[in-house]
Design a protein around this ligand. Structure first.
Ligand code: PPE
Length: 310
């Protein structure tokens, strides 16, 4: 079983800090009925140089872009939201945590058109360890191709990180778990590989990296973007292109990227062993580099780290 949320500390809610258990919404809120919200998942890392939020600017930028795609106006400036995020970490005294800002249409009237509903915002932080289980980062996980196709760009603006989009992810996760796998891999409507329910995917073949392009119904991940840059910086070729099922199954190595998932190797798909069935060499190099960067050990990438307490 997944652990229950801590229910301790304070949540920033509509501009004020409230006790965890008091951060409530009305059952007739628009966002609850129609999935009309946008959110982010951000990590803060405890390092020898202090606590740092990884790519805070890019996450906040994406949240506003997601809101724009739904014509939702967040009633704070990006600067205000960034400051509120840092203050939420500080007020809770955490050195490392997962950060979840959300903006959604609140309580006013029901009916699909949200015009007139307030846009309510909240920011919560809590400790969140490895997303795919303790062993995942080292041994890799077992995946399955989902019978659920990834939502299509002709149906929803898939590059938005919107709450309603996660019904599609939820179905994929539930199906994968029911059939005994750790995680799903979703294809897009044309049958090309899209992404995991909460992760982007990379394949390694002959020491080059391949990852589905934005056209393949993916959320443009910030970890994905970081890994592309780190891989190129290390000297690997990175290609963004349509990726087939076959290319995944015949890859030397596969891994997922995401804020929660970080860099997680994939060792099997539908009981087919990928490469040597363990974390591959290139994946290991990328993973180490990623953890060095988030742990403030790479001077060059300190620009991705936002100090919380100073
Ligand atoms: N695709 C999807 C669908 C997705 O939800 C995420 C993040 C990514 C790709 C990777 O994006 P990024 O975090 O910017 O590298 N998923 C978030 C939510 C996970 C959850 O279960 O909730 C996350 O990792 O925070």
């Amino acid at each position: 079983m997944v652990e229950k949320l801590p229910e301790a500390g304070k949540i920033w809610y509509k501009g004020e800090f409230v006790e965890w258990k008091k951060a409530k919404v009305h059952v007739l809120s628009h966002g609850l009925h129609y999935g009309s919200g946008v959110f982010e998942g951000i990590r803060c890392y405890a390092t020898e140089k202090g606590s740092f939020i990884f790519r805070l600017k890019e996450h906040v930028d994406r949240m506003y872009r997601s809101a724009d795609l739904y014509k939702m106006e967040i009633p704070y400036s990006k600067e205000e939201l960034k400051e509120a995020i840092k203050e939420t970490v500080r007020i809770n005294g955490l050195d490392a945590c997962y950060i979840r800002p959300i903006a959604f249409y609140g309580y006013h009237h029901l009916g699909v058109n949200p015009a007139g509903c307030p846009v309510d915002c909240a920011i919560a932080v809590w400790r969140w360890g490895t997303y795919l289980g303790e062993e995942a980062l080292e041994r890799g996980i077992r995946c399955t191709f989902s019978p659920w196709r990834r939502i299509d760009p002709n149906t929803l603006p898939v590059t938005a990180k919107a709450t309603g989009h996660y019904l599609n992810s939820m179905l994929a996760v539930q199906d994968a778990k029911e059939r005994g796998f750790d995680e799903a891999i979703m294809l897009d409507n044309s049958g090309y590989v899209a992404e995991g329910p909460g992760e982007n995917i990379f394949a390694v073949k002959n020491a080059a990296l391949y990852t589905p392009a934005v056209e393949s119904s993916i959320l443009p991940g910030i970890t994905r973007d970081s890994v592309i840059e780190l891989a190129q910086d290390t000297g690997y070729k990175v290609v963004e292109k349509p990726v087939t099922k076959e290319e995944l199954l015949s890859a030397d190595e596969l891994f997922f990227t995401g804020t929660a998932a970080e860099v997680s190797p994939i060792r099997e798909i539908d009981n087919v062993t990928i490469g040597e069935g363990k974390r591959g060499e290139v994946t290991g190099v990328i993973q180490r580099k990623f953890f060095d960067v988030v742990n403030a050990k790479e001077e060059k990438y300190m620009r991705w780290l936002e100090s919380v307490y100073e």
